[in-house]
Design a protein around this ligand. Structure first.
Ligand code: RP5
Length: 170
């Protein structure tokens, strides 16, 4: 199966992506994860992006905080789709990273997730792979159905709580 490549600007970014990584593991999607920084280890970023396609990677996710140029730099080295995940930091709560990633000048696009949106990055990457993978598409639909069932259950529990509180208030 096609793989997903993930670059983290720092190991401190892992908690943002870990929930997404777990979903991809559940789906049986192989990921290759690398910690490499656009400013601290630019050569490693370049090497990862340039070699991604020949390793079977079809979508890249780049996770970074602060002046987050990592997703744009990754995208500059490959035509594969790149999904950027801005990470919240202490100073500007991730707005700095969000704007850095979203405001790519025309020509080299990066699909930008919400701040700390590692889970959606994984689901979005899986959706791209599912275009040409029926069993992955089914797993994505199962995931959504389970999610919808969870909402229905929570609604049922809330309706019951409201009903009981109304009864006791009478
Ligand atoms: C960014 O700076 C990283 O992506 C991380 O979000 C942030 C802080 O990095 P560390 O100082 O924790 O390594 O480059």
């Amino acid at each position: 199966m096609a793989k997903i490549g993930v670059v983290l600007g720092s190991d401190s970014d892992w908690p943002v992506f870990e929930p997404g990584w777990k979903i991809l593991a559940d789906f049986g999607v192989e990921t290759e994860v690398l910690v490499a920084s656009a400013h601290r280890t630019p050569d490693a970023v370049r090497e990862f992006a340039l070699s991604a396609e020949e390793k079977g990677i079809r979508v890249l996710i780049a996770v970074a905080g602060a002046a987050a140029h990592l997703p744009g730099v990754v995208a500059s080295f490959t035509h594969l789709p790149v999904i950027g995940v801005p990470v919240s930091g202490p100073a500007l709560k991730g707005v700095d990273a969000l704007l850095s990633i979203a405001q790519m000048p025309a020509g080299i696009p990066v699909g930008t997730m919400a701040i700390d949106g590692g889970k959606n990055a994984a689901l979005y990457a899986a959706s791209i792979l599912a275009i040409s993978n029926e069993s992955l598409a089914r797993r994505l639909l199962d995931y959504r159905n389970a999610q919808a069932e969870g909402v229905r259950k929570r609604n049922g529990a809330l309706q019951e709580k409201i009903r009981q509180e109304q009864t006791s208030a009478r």
